[in-house]
Design a protein around this ligand. Sequence first.
Ligand code: GLU
Length: 428
Amino acid sequence: MSIRVRFAPSPTGFLHLGSARTALFNWLYAKHVGGTFVLRVEDTDLVRSKKEFLDDILNDLKWMGLEWDEGPFFQSDNFGLYKEKAQNILDKGLAYKEGEAIIFKVEKGRVISINDLVHGKITVNTDQIKDQVLIKSDGSPAYNFACVVDDANLKITHIIRGDDHISNTPKQIMFYEALGIEVPEFAHIPLMMGQDGAKLSKRHGGVAVSEYRRDGFLPEALNNYLLLLGWQPQGDREVISMSEAAKEFEISKINNTQVKFDIDKLKWLNGEYIRSKDFKDIYPYFIKELEKNNIDPQTIDEEKLKKIIELYRVRIKVFSEFLDLADFFFKDDYSVDEKGRRKHLDKEENKENLKLALNELEGIDDFSHEKIEEVYRALADKNNLKPANIIHPTRMAISGKTKGAGLFEVMELLGKETVIKRIEKTLN
Ligand code: GLU
């Protein structure tokens, strides 16, 4: 039997991180077993479903690389099928009509058990379940019924979805039985919460995948992060590609406890990918960052820009940090760390040291980082100073920052003229 899974988003909102993780787990499982990943759009709520949300969801899935093998199928195309199936159940005497609505009669006193692939056996007594609407009086299907009809129609073998659907599953099992169809396997994955254990919301960081896409996160990092939430690759690895993860992915290894979204860990992973990806793949993100900050990349020497990026890609976790650290390469009105300025420039001795440095720098013809470093070390020796006492004031004077890439490399890239101009300006 070939394995078929599906992701079934409702286009009534943007793609939530939790849903993206559900999609990812389905995709990984399909890849792992060589099965089929189906995309079904649950748009039975004609009022709340919006094209804008659908486009967003499809774009996000593509961006994450979660390409589907079949679909998208739309529930709004199947209203006739749902009615026909509800009529079958009605004809069998298992449902009744209330006006135009068709209602499923729940047989009381039964125990329904779900052999959940993540949680193990879950049992529910039908005494706790009231009669279920199959078709509403306006002719539209109830979610649980449409879901079953479509999952059966699409020959879905494994339903992997969030824990928030556990209470729907016994109802759906009754519908499978009523329709005389084999019940698929179920795997409910624990929900993703905020750090404080509350439902994930805006205040824990963005909740929509599109926000991370817009903010310049890398899809590899987001995927990698989401797959670690509830699933652990062998050997304590944390950085793992989707294709490697797909090789190992097992539903039975999904954790059965809730997971907490940790934006810092996601950023850390993003940083790992920024530093390890091919240069040509990350270069466009830096260009976009410049443009976002109204710096025209065309006005910058490309070779120099590439060197600057190489220096800073290892120091940032998200692309927006690039210009926080490196804006001084591109403009004279760069941001200045005021506390650092007071610490490293206000004192008279700092200014004296800076003056000494300025003197030496003016005499350097080959303004290379090796040469600058040599000059600085010699200067410190000669004046019995710690190199730091010249380095910190210089860094502050030319970049407005207390930290960043290696100072001598920064100076070389900035160029002699700019370095001298900025130190002079600081001294005046
Ligand atoms: N449309 C449902 C949701 O977005 C899907 C439920 C399911 O996977 O069965 O939560």
